[in-house]
Design a protein. Structure first.
Ligand SMILES: Nc1nc2c([nH]c(=O)n2[C@H]2C[C@H](O)[C@@H](COP(=O)(O)OP(=O)(O)OP(=O)(O)O)O2)c(=O)[nH]1
Length: 135
């Protein structure tokens, strides 16, 4: 019988500063996809809307607070991820409270989409970056 992959719902943010650079964080070496640069975010938990999940993740991972209405849908990725299928919703956010501070990531950096090709990222992120370059 054909295997039916479980869809993994992930939300992430393109936190964008005044010069158009976007915050990326480096996954810790011991994590899955360790050492890769990603958009901050994570899995949507049961009972959460995607926006509530993203606001929670941004607070947990970076210590910043966002208003749900400031999370603007930007683009998404739909890609196989091991035995699962990843659906990653990317939101744009230009307004938040607090200074992003890495709580789990090994590093954070502000990177212009044109410079992201130089960084190793999860495979699902490359099409997202291409989209961000054209916006
Ligand atoms: N936050 C985030 N996750 C991403 C990106 N690209 C990408 O493939 N992912 C994947 C990595 C993870 O499998 C999943 C995010 O979940 P998470 O960050 O809460 O997961 P985790 O480290 O606990 O992951 P896992 O070991 O359970 O797979 O989405 C991205 O740009 N940002």
């Amino acid at each position: 019988m054909e295997k039916k992959p479980t869809t993994l719902f992930v939300v992430a943010a393109a936190l964008t500063n005044e010069s158009g650079a976007i915050l990326l964080q480096k996954r810790p070496d011991h994590a899955s996809m360790g050492g890769l640069w990603e958009f901050p975010g994570g899995k949507v938990e049961a009972g959460e809307t995607p926006e509530v999940a993203l606001a929670r993740e941004l607070f947990e991972e970076l210590g910043i607070s966002v208003n749900l209405q400031d999370l603007i849908p930007e683009t998404f990725a739909s890609e196989p991820l091991g035995e699962r299928h990843l659906l990653l919703l990317l939101y744009r956010c230009v307004t938040w409270e607090g200074t992003p501070t890495p709580h789990f990531a090994s590093e954070i950096a502000w990177v212009h989409p044109n410079d992201m090709a130089a960084l190793p990222m999860p495979p699902a992120d490359y099409p997202l970056v291409e989209r961000l370059k054209r916006i």
